[in-house]
Design a protein around this ligand. Sequence first.
Ligand code: CA
Length: 229
Amino acid sequence: MAKAHILVVEDEPDILDLLQYNLEEEGFQVTTAVTGEDAVYKAMTLHPNLILLDLMLPGIDGFDVCRTLKGDHKTAGIPIIMITAKGEESDIISGLELGADDYITKPFRPKILIARVRSVLRRQSAAVNKDNAPKAIANLFIDPARVDVKVDNQSVSLTATEFHILNFLANHPGWVFTRSQIIDSIKGSDYPVTDRSVDVQIVGLRKKLGSAGHMIETVRGIGYRFREE
Ligand code: CA
């Protein structure tokens, strides 16, 4: 398999060196950029497999880079992992809503970083359209075509909205979604959903799922994700 090519965007030299060193140790090909402009240019010309993007950059910042790349069909498919300062939940939410795929907070442990990179690359290669395929995840079974959910082989009766939320999250294990991304995903469903009511839906959903309820994880301050196996 060819080496995955990673574009690392970070203006702090020490962190950039650390990222580059650890990624190269793991066999990745690394290109670096220290400004947002340079990041956009290199992403457009080199088409890396993944971008590690610091949000706080001089000139155009990481949000602008993310917006530009996710808004251009040539680069929209390149996964982006944001690098953020600890405790900046609002930045993480903004980034996810601009289309970033995941995030890691500084300071990070290299092992965690590498695991995150591999996981996003894996998701990318598995991201074929399987939204309607039946899924079995541990003791949970979801059949979207039949709108059927079973836990330990017992049918679970969900509302349309609960089903949409479960199926949406389960289609992207490991991905964190903000409440408004979850709402967007179920537009067209006939149930009115507000930010707050997403929380209520999740509470109800977990309860009905019983022993499988823990698969829907709360990401504090950000939103929800389906547990990655
Ligand atoms: Ca920075």
